[in-house]
Write a protein that binds this ligand. Structure first.
Ligand SMILES: C[S@@+](CC[C@H](N)C(=O)[O-])C[C@H]1O[C@@H](n2cnc3c(N)ncnc32)[C@H](O)[C@@H]1O
Length: 264
């Protein structure tokens, strides 16, 4: 099986460590982690969720397919005197050293993988839980952004790849270095419900260009009931879907759905 095709390496990993630090997911999933420890942040990236949870004293491990993301999460944790258990593994090969009461998969499912790998990942995630443990997995609905949704049609697919967008503003990091990211869609496969995107990442130090990288990611888009069925097929029970990062029923306008499921 191929390795996941994700863009979370090099300068993109640095960008994430520098700028991807907030969001409602931290407290929303954090409530479940607080009540259900130990926990695993599966696809932890550079620690946007993991670091605040460690600071709060939660017993939480992290894993991710990208060694670059994990290294930056570890560096940041060490800087605060924390030594979490972090390991590099794709979800479909997840084999953690212990079992968890809670596993959180935030902004990860469907990235870089084949459909078969996604189905296997759900089985691995189930096996990573103690009996009675809870999986929390979020997913962006495929139809939220009109531009991307229209790219499923033959007319719009014929226009791909998109041209690179004009360069935007550079963003200054805490250490004074500057970053700029641009992305474009290159391919859409509506049968596989998959889009491929490219990212151009650039970095400057003291206004001197020091890095320019291109990375590619594939993203598989799932519909609500499809994911519910996949979770059930993977052996989960009590599969429940919530809208956004709230406890409410999903609405037609939610960008993200959160799937909660229990290992029997
Ligand atoms: C958008 S980031 C989200 C990181 C973190 N969960 C958060 O919410 O900030 C996606 C992360 O998923 C990781 N990832 C992508 N595909 C993966 C896979 N198949 N298995 C494990 N991790 C994966 C990437 O390396 C990246 O760190």
């Amino acid at each position: 099986m191929t390795d996941p095709q994700t863009w979370h390496y090099g300068l993109i990993a640095e960008w994430s460590a520098q700028f991807n630090t907030g969001g409602p997911e931290i407290d929303y999933f954090g409530r479940f982690v607080e009540r259900g420890q130990p926990a695993l942040d599966a696809g932890c990236g550079t620690g946007r969720l993991l670091l605040p949870w460690l600071r709060a004293g939660f017993d939480v491990d992290g894993c991710d397919v990208s060694a670059d993301m994990v290294a930056l999460a570890r560096e940041h944790a060490r800087g605060e005197g924390l030594e979490p258990t972090l390991f590099v593994q794709p979800l479909h090969e997840l084999a953690a050293a212990r079992r968890y009461r809670t596993v959180v998969v935030c902004g990860v499912f469907g990235l870089g993988t084949t459909r078969l790998q996604d189905q296997r990942a759900l089985v691995r995630l189930r096996d990573a839980l103690e009996p009675g443990g809870t999986l929390l997995l979020d997913n962006q609905v495929p139809y939220f952004y009109g531009k991307r949704w229209r790219q499923w049609t033959p007319e719009e697919r014929a226009r791909l790849p998109e041209p690179w967008p004009p360069p935007g503003e550079r963003r200054r990091a805490a250490d004074g270095s500057e970053y700029r990211l641009r992305s474009r869609a290159v391919e859409v496969d509506p049968l596989d419900q998959r889009i491929a995107l490219e990212m151009l990442a650039e970095k400057w130090i003291d206004d001197r260009p020091v890095g320019r990288e291109e990375h590619t990611i594939t993203i598989r888009m799932y519909f609500r009931d499809e994911l519910v069925m996949m979770l059930e097929r993977a052996g989960f029970a009590e599969v429940d879907v919530r809208g956004g990062y709230t406890d409410a029923e999903p609405t037609l306008d939610d960008e993200y759905l959160v799937f909660r499921a229990r290992r029997p």
